[in-house]
Design a protein around this ligand. Sequence first.
Ligand SMILES: Cc1cc2nc3c(=O)[nH]c(=O)nc-3n(C[C@H](O)[C@H](O)[C@H](O)COP(=O)(O)OP(=O)(O)OC[C@H]3O[C@@H](n4cnc5c(N)ncnc54)[C@H](O)[C@@H]3O)c2cc1C
Length: 337
Amino acid sequence: MKERVSLAPFTTFGVGGEARIFIEARTEEEIQEAITYARECNLQLYPLGAGSNLLVPDAGVDGVVLKIMLDDIAFENDGDDTLIIADAGARWEKIVDTASEHELFGIENLAGIPGTIGGASVQNIGAYGAELANTFEYADCINKTTGAHKRITRTEAAFAYRTSFFKTHREFIITRVTLRLSKHATPNITYPDLARVYEAGTPLRTPSEIIIAVRAIRAKKFPLSIEEGTAGSFFKNPVISRELADSLALRFPDLPLFPQEDGSVKISLAWLLDYALSLKGFSINKVRLYEKQPLIIVARTGATATEVSAFADEIAKRVFAATGIVIEREVETFGAK
Ligand SMILES: Cc1cc2nc3c(=O)[nH]c(=O)nc-3n(C[C@H](O)[C@H](O)[C@H](O)COP(=O)(O)OP(=O)(O)OC[C@H]3O[C@@H](n4cnc5c(N)ncnc54)[C@H](O)[C@@H]3O)c2cc1C
């Protein structure tokens, strides 16, 4: 346990203040001890994965930040399927590679996403036509207010676009996640970027071939977080009513629209920022929208969390003024709840 630890190095944005108390947990017992400590000190407890979806405020986090370091990965056969049972702190990329070594399909399209499987479950990570929800079986959790253990199944996890039960029930600390993967699935390569690679002649038959293709596509779109701070897409793509989508389509005929099962329509915010608002590369001081993918906010060394947040608010204001859409952040402000 340490006091007053700067959190910037524990996040991919690399900005923000200190944790009042910082604890690293390598076992479930250490998580339980941290829960007891926080309760006795009457402090809030905030689980931290790899910090790749977080903006830490400059004022820091007035509570106990618990870095989840448990990282074992195990396999279990279950009929035709294979279960991957991973500790919450296991790196997502390691899980993707381990599944590929066993020729298991299900998470190959999600290659290249930073973070831990704990954070991935909170966020229901998604990319290239896949979501974590597709393979999630259950998560083992500890309730930080009672210390009780609970298993949350896929149905209970209530996954939706970049959200889950875990996001709305912050009392649960995920300790282990089980995914269901298969050796016999059909490759999911209908997403336009992947379909183009396939049509150009790249074989996409095995998980490993798809992983290589996805990582190559992503390498052209995402900044290297070692050089500049980022947490990936800062905003969610808006999901709007059919009426609003139709009126936007009249003004912007090329705007990509993705009809949803419930009749609503998801629209590409990156397209709006780029073509409707000409904001690609737009910057204020050390913060900017990334030139290759304008959903991404990038912070240069020396930027503050306050500047990043003010910049995000400015983007949201401009989108609202141009379209009437209130955009939501995908990146979370750490310590806010
Ligand atoms: C370059 C880049 C590219 C990205 N690309 C994508 C992408 O394509 N698709 C996508 O969906 N996301 C993407 N992201 C966002 C990010 O990688 C994911 O959201 C990731 O899953 C977050 O995991 P983490 O371990 O870093 O979580 P953190 O950022 O550490 O935490 C996120 C939230 O989860 C909570 N949390 C973490 N661990 C636990 C736990 N064990 N129990 C309970 N709560 C927990 C935290 O309290 C916090 O609220 C990208 C980020 C970057 C930097």
